[in-house]
Design a protein around this ligand. Structure first.
Ligand code: GLY
Length: 382
């Protein structure tokens, strides 16, 4: 087992342990606990039972639906009832085992049960590792929108066991890589060079390259959330956690436009290509860095364009984004590699022209790739 740890120095400091075999460390993190409840989707039943055997305490398994289906009030209630029936106390712990949707739900259960019990996150997808499991956002969806109910609740620890990635379809790894590339543009350009050097290696779950990339992306997120856990409102260049939404304003609208058939990473890939073009047209970003977005994303097989005729629909959806603050349309833009800023209410013609420039881009691939992950997880939102 070769693992390394990344410190998150937020309100309640914790470590994200990354490497093949990281899950084997779980017993030492829950050594003080009397009982643990493992919340997981059915497809991870066997892994959940391995966790339970490894831990020297009473264990409870709570199966929840795969993917976003888990993030409902009904499933939440079922988890609370299972804990009540088992008599879970504050000396016990909850383990979330699965992709981003499962860990969002499990974190929410942990944050609300008895007003908060120990929570260990064990993400099993690239997206879950580099985004959902780090930073303490938990939540469930309502029919009115995704993640409308949730908490900021930091885990006791996060264990990213890279062996889970070996059973994922490549489309799922690719989707997670979009968030890794995002970390490259907003904070750590070395990520971009590593992907450009060997894009196939970046998608190989057994290789060293993916391990390096996942670690670097987690380090970016750890630094950002350590500075701004609760996502204050950023103004201009004074930007905190909101920078993690690079590519997400349009990306969220595309996800809705596709009825969530596209994976999260596919949608934000187009969103990043768009915002890079917008930044370029505003004179904020140089041509080469803007073009580099399309090149690196396409090298990974990610989409960077969307049909031009969709613009009025997407524009309307962006207005409805529940996270829109005080009715302003906000974009995270790039001023140079590693430097983001907030742009509010940009010129409408400029927005449309930037979008249309994407669909004119001949080298694009489309999103909506088939083949869901073994965990049924397709990612989680902001
Ligand atoms: N996924 C964005 C964030 O954690 O803030």
């Amino acid at each position: 087992m070769k693992v390394s740890a990344i410190d998150v120095t937020a309100e309640r400091p914790y470590q994200v342990v990354v490497g093949t075999g990281a899950l084997e460390l779980l017993p030492q993190y829950v050594a003080e606990q009397r009982r643990i409840a493992v919340i997981h989707p059915p497809v991870l039943r066997e892994q959940a039972s391995r966790v339970r055997t490894a831990c020297d305490c009473q264990t409870l398994s709570i199966e929840v639906p795969a993917g976003e289906e888990a993030k409902t009030g009904e499933t939440l209630q079922r988890c609370w009832n299972a804990l009540a029936e088992a008599g879970f106390t504050r000396s016990d712990a909850i383990v979330g085992l699965g992709g981003g949707a499962t860990t969002d739900l499990a974190g929410f259960v942990a944050s609300t049960w008895l007003r908060g019990v120990t929570y260990v996150s064990v993400p099993t997808t690239v997206l879950g590792m580099v985004d959902a499991a780090v930073g303490g956002k938990t939540g469930i969806n309502l029919s009115a929108g995704k993640n409308l109910v949730g908490t900021f609740y930091e885990p006791y620890t996060v264990l990213c066991d890279l062996s889970f990635l070996e059973s994922l379809p490549v489309e799922e790894i690719r989707s997670g890589m979009a968030e890794v590339v995002k970390a490259g543009f907003i904070a750590d350009p070395a990520i971009l060079s590593i992907v450009e050097d060997d894009p196939a290696a970046a998608l190989d779950p057994r290789g060293e390259v993916i391990c390096t990339l996942v670690k670097r992306a987690i380090a970016v997120k750890a630094a950002v959330v350590g500075d701004d856990l609760r996502e204050r409102t950023s103004v201009g260049r004074d930007i905190g956690r909101e920078q993690l939404n690079y590519g997400h304003t349009l990306g969220h609208a595309i996800e809705r436009d596709q009825d969530y058939r596209w994976r999260h990473g596919e949608a934000i890939s187009v969103g990043m290509a768009f915002v890079a073009e917008l930044s370029r047209r505003l004179g904020l970003l140089d041509d080469d860095t803007a073009a580099r977005h399309g090149m690196v994303l396409r090298a990974l097989g990610l989409p960077t364009s969307y049909p031009a005729e969709s613009w009025p629909r997407l524009r309307e959806t962006m207005n409805l984004d529940k996270k829109t603050r005080a009715s302003t349309l906000r974009f995270v833009v790039l001023e140079e590699l590693g430097r983001t800023a907030i742009l509010e209410n940009p010129d409408e013609d400029l927005l449309q022209a930037s979008f249309e420039a994407l669909s004119a881009d001949a080298g694009s691939v489309t999103g909506g790739s088939e083949g869901r992950s073994e965990t049924g997880e397709s990612g989680t939102l902001g």
